[in-house]
Ligand binder design. Structure first.
Ligand code: NAP
Length: 250
């Protein structure tokens, strides 16, 4: 029987990389995002070509009512949810120095990147406890530990997601539900398109041990390994997908 995975923000960027690898591993998919169904129709068709079922769940993860509707949709269609990938995330609309960060941007990022993921995980965890089966994977960022003073609200939201991983891992361990954190570095997606030249330069100047941009495919492979149960005795762990960016060097 095919297992089911819900991937938030799964129709483009890193989320799509994850979706492709889970589809290739035989999962049925529930793809979440905020765009209209028509805008993602081709992507859904592409994902179906791997042989499994794919549904699109349009919902703002930062909105409690829409999260509940999304889980109802998944439950009505598939019955059981085996894997939750908390991937959806937003960057600040404008990078501003920490001395200029606005409350509006701070609230937006906390609500979407952290609070939304927390309460979605809580709701899914309660269902998985009843099943005594499941797996939860959180996509954080190197920004959980690497300080960027021009987007502090992003860094804080990802540091919170990192603690969230540990908390749910501890709480769910006895229920056979591992919880992992994937920590990507610089990945080529729409999110980084606006800072491409700056990152090209940093990579050219030796920022990375593996001197190339990361790809959604790099993250997808790691998530597929975790979702398939290939790291069974490591709940709560962080998997770095950063080309060595955070390796201490001298
Ligand atoms: P992206 O290309 O900007 O895609 C973001 C995805 O999140 C989209 O699918 C979007 O949905 C979805 N999304 C945004 N707001 C949402 C909301 N309120 N509710 C539901 N879905 C929402 O970003 P990405 O680069 O793939 O990033 C994916 C994750 O990786 C994020 O958590 C990001 O922080 C993290 N990350 C990225 C990098 C990087 O270098 N790119 C590095 C480290 C970590 P629509 O498609 O419907 O708009």
């Amino acid at each position: 029987m095919r297992k089911t995975a819900l991937i938030t923000g799964g129709s483009r960027g890193i989320g799509l990389g994850i979706a492709i690898h889970l589809a290739q591993r035989g999962f049925n998919l529930a793809i979440n995002g905020v765009r209209e169904q028509d805008a993602v129709a081709d992507t859904i068709t592409q994902l179906k070509s791997y042989g499994g079922e794919v549904i699109y769940c349009r919902a703002d993860v930062g909105n409690a009512g829409q999260r509940a509707e999304m889980l109802q949709q998944v439950s009505d269609h598939y019955g059981t949810l085996h894997v939750l990938v908390n991937n959806a995330g937003v960057a600040p609309k404008e990078r501003k120095d920490i001395l200029e960060t606005t409350e509006e941007s701070f609230d937006r990022l906390m609500n979407m990147n952290l609070k939304g993921a927390f309460f979605l995980t809580q709701a899914v965890a309660n269902r998985m406890i009843n099943q005594q089966e499941g797996c939860i994977i959180n996509v954080s960022s190197i920004s959980a530990t690497v300080a960027s003073v021009t987007r502090p609200e992003y860094c804080i939201s990802k540091a919170g997601l990192s603690m969230m991983t540990q908390l749910f891992a501890v709480r769910l361990g006895a229920h056979q539900i591992p919880v992992y954190e994937i920590r990507p570095g610089i990945i080529a997606t729409d999110m980084t398109a606006g800072v491409k030249e700056r990152y090209d330069q940093l990579i050219g100047n030796g920022l990375l041990v593996q001197p190339r941009w990361g790809l959604p495919d790099d993250v997808g492979k790691a998530v597929a390994m975790l979702a398939a149960g290939d790291l069974p005795y490591s709940t709560g762990q962080v998997i770095m997908i950063d080309g060595g960016l955070t390796l201490p060097r001298l």
